[in-house]
Ligand binder design. Structure first.
Ligand SMILES: *[C@@H]1O[C@H](CO)[C@@H](O)[C@H](O)[C@H]1NC(C)=O
Ligand SMILES: *[C@@H]1O[C@H](CO)[C@@H](O)[C@H](O)[C@H]1NC(C)=O
Ligand SMILES: *[C@@H]1O[C@H](CO)[C@@H](O)[C@H](O)[C@H]1NC(C)=O
Ligand SMILES: *[C@@H]1O[C@H](CO)[C@@H](O)[C@H](O)[C@H]1NC(C)=O
Length: 312
């Protein structure tokens, strides 16, 4: 009761407090955040919040514009630079900030814009891959699949394209194409990135998946973790991590890297849980997901990727 009353009072007091702080510090809220918060997730998350709560019509229009640009995946290259200039200019005008006196503000604010709308754009990019079905008649898809085999099983030759050998890297039948349902090409790209960029950890995880007691289907579980990474990206939970590791625009590599982290950590979590059999998967997966979501909810303690050969 007391808390909700306080909430209502704060809501009404917010403009007054902002006005008061502006008068005493001579800085608007966005400036205070850009100067006072640590670069990365702590700053970008609060700037995002502040922009979304803005009651200014010009800022609201700016947000609609930036949403449209990033949904159309146009927030790139020289386009990106002119769009961030426009965003800075709008805020300087609305908040009556003199760029001569506050040159640092525009630089810090531009980074936040890149994080916030680059993330939105990344969701679109990932969505395109997810909705592209694996196509066995497409040479580029087939090459990727065969490369995955070569990287995971460097010493074993694939006898034919359709073979039970695929089960050695955790596909279900004799043709992996059916296992990509649901996550499309995204599942394959994730696995391939893991094998390519982290060969050590990937083969370590593969060997765990062959454990006589705690073994599991490597590729099938990997594709399932693609869906976990995808949902965390889509619902915004991954923002704290993505904002924190991206210097500028978050790229697809950041998503792949996040996935590698999940796969590597899930494997450890699974082994430590000492599952009785694969029927425990749903349960352990859920506990794992809760652990990850908890770490992601704390912008100040954004998790460090703990892969020894971390190269991002
Ligand atoms: C094969 O797949 C790639 C990537 O999804 C796509 O760009 C290309 O157009 C496809 N080629 C054919 C012939 O469908
Ligand atoms: C992943 O596994 C969970 C738990 O078994 C299941 O509910 C979910 O549908 C799976 N998702 C995909 C895309 O395979
Ligand atoms: C990630 O977050 C932590 C905690 O806020 C911070 O110390 C670190 O500098 C951040 N890393 C980057 C690359 O921004
Ligand atoms: C990272 O991994 C090492 C070795 O597995 C472990 O000792 C360390 O505690 C881990 N660090 C974190 C932050 O999880």
């Amino acid at each position: 009761m007391f808390r909700s009353l306080l909430g209502i009072i704060l809501w009404y007091l917010r403009p007054l407090m902002k006005w008061f702080l502006r008068k005493t510090t001579r800085l608007c809220e966005l400036q205070r955040l850009c100067y006072g918060e640590k670069a990365g997730a702590p700053r970008s998350l609060r700037v995002e919040n502040s922009l979304l709560q803005s009651r200014s019509g010009d800022i609201k229009n700016l947000i609609v514009f930036l949403d449209r640009i990033s949904d159309g995946r146009k927030f790139i290259g020289t386009n990106k630079d002119s769009i961030t200039h426009y965003a800075i200019h709008t805020v300087l005008r609305v908040k009556k900030i003199n760029p001569q006196i506050h040159p640092q503000f525009g630089i810090s604010f531009a980074k936040c814009i890149e994080h916030i709308w680059g993330y939105r754009q990344l969701i679109q990019e990932v969505e395109v891959l997810r909705t592209t079905p694996y196509d066995a008649n497409n040479e580029s898809h087939e090459t990727k699949l065969l490369t995955l085999w070569e990287l995971m099983m460097p010493s074993v030759q694939l006898e034919s394209r359709v073979t039970k050998q695929w089960q050695d890297i955790g596909f279900q039948g004799d043709d992996p194409k059916t296992d990509f349902r649901g996550m499309g090409l995204l599942g394959l790209e994730n696995l391939l990135y893991f094998a390519q960029e982290y060969p050590g950890p990937a083969s370590h995880v593969l060997s765990h998946s062959h454990h006589p007691q705690y073994g599991y289907a490597f590729a099938v579980v990997g594709i399932n973790l693609t869906s976990m990474a995808y949902h965390m990206l889509k619902d915004g939970s991954a923002k704290s991590h993505v904002y924190n590791v991206s210097q500028g625009l978050p790229t697809i590599k950041v998503f792949h890297h996040f996935y590698c982290y999940l796969f590597y950590e899930f494997d450890r979590f699974w082994i430590e849980a000492k599952p009785r059999n694969v029927m425990d998967f749903s349960h352990i997966r859920e506990k794992f997901e809760n652990t990850i979501r908890l770490s992601l909810s704390k912008p100040a303690s954004v998790f460090r990727i703990n892969i020894s050969i971390d190269n991002i």
